[in-house]
Design a protein around this ligand. Structure first.
Ligand code: DKA
Length: 134
């Protein structure tokens, strides 16, 4: 099921992302850049089942490599050090980040051929939509 996420995805829309970044504690200057940035998300899976999510932009490129269900340390684009676990739930790739007693989820699913990332922090939800690059 992870296979459906494999490819290079280009962000086409981002809704409520500023509020989401505020909710996770991102400062003003980084939010300004984050709001303007349209990253590419590159998803690969190797023969050992290691998934790589690479978010590439002029602002910052970050990459995480993980096996499903196995917690790992993540350094986020806004410099949070999180304990992260990624699971597959009903076809959705769910990335749960925990840090400083807080928790946020980034839930990715394929809808109508698009990759939709729903970022949730408490009652704040941002939705970012990606289309596959040819
Ligand atoms: C996505 O589009 C979700 C990315 C969430 C990033 C949160 C921190 C951004 C700080 C600039 O895949």
């Amino acid at each position: 099921m992870v296979e459906q996420f494999i490819g290079t995805w280009k962000m086409i829309s981002s809704d409520n992302f500023d509020d989401y970044m505020k909710a996770i504690g991102v400062g003003f200057a980084t939010r300004q850049v984050g709001n303007r940035t349209k990253p590419n998300l590159i998803v690969t899976v190797d023969d050992d089942g290691i998934v790589c999510l690479k978010s590439q932009s002029t602002f910052k490129t970050t990459e995480i490599k993980f096996k499903l269900n196995e917690p790992f340390d993540e350094m986020t684009a806004d410099d949070r050090k999180t304990r992260t676990v990624v699971t597959l739930e009903n076809g959705k790739l769910v990335q749960k980040q925990s840090w400083d007693g807080k928790e946020t989820n980034i839930e990715r699913e394929i809808t109508d051929g698009k990759l939709v990332a729903k970022c949730t922090m408490g009652d704040v939800i941002a939705v970012r939509t990606y289309v596959k690059e040819a």
